[in-house]
Design a protein around this ligand. Sequence first.
Ligand code: SF4
Ligand code: SF4
Length: 192
Amino acid sequence: MGEVEKTFIGGLHEKLAEDKIIDESHLEPNFAKEIVKHGGKDVMTCLQCGNCTGVCPISLKIDYKTRSIIKFCQFGLKKFTLEMRWVCATCYRCYEYCPADINPAEVMIALRHMAIKEGVIPPFIKLAATNLVEYGQSVKPDSEIERVRRELDLEDMPSRTRGYAKVVREINLLVRSTGYDRLIGIESEVRG
Ligand code: SF4
Ligand code: SF4
């Protein structure tokens, strides 16, 4: 059998949780309850049917699938789950197809809350926050995005329009006054 290529968004590679040796010291028995406290539903009711992975646009691109993340939550693998390179677009497709009404999207949001509270901030989140204060959007504008927008006959990117500097100033003000910059660790990037 040939090797399965393991590529994460951004070309990152790492050993998957499935490949690691896991013993009792890795298990956090209250993890599922903590998720509920942070706004997620009870992952213990998940049927492991895999519908969420099947409809998830991100699961196609990364090794950690939606169903697997819910499974790790059921097991109590808190550290692995909070530190893994999960990405969720919060599109809520998984919610529409979940027979157990779990709403995996909100479990992902709860996991993000918990990760940030514990100081585990994935690099892509920091990058998105930095782009937000720099460009007013979480994705850095570039010529490729402009090319695709032209092809699709879309208007110029908002960041190219007049008056957008004011919008960016307001975003910076909000980021600073809400303490979001300190939470994410981007104080030095915020202007004003
Ligand atoms: S669709 Fe729902 S029940 Fe099925 S694996 Fe995903 S979270 Fe679990
Ligand atoms: S909300 Fe997240 S986990 Fe659910 S389908 Fe969308 S990207 Fe996948």
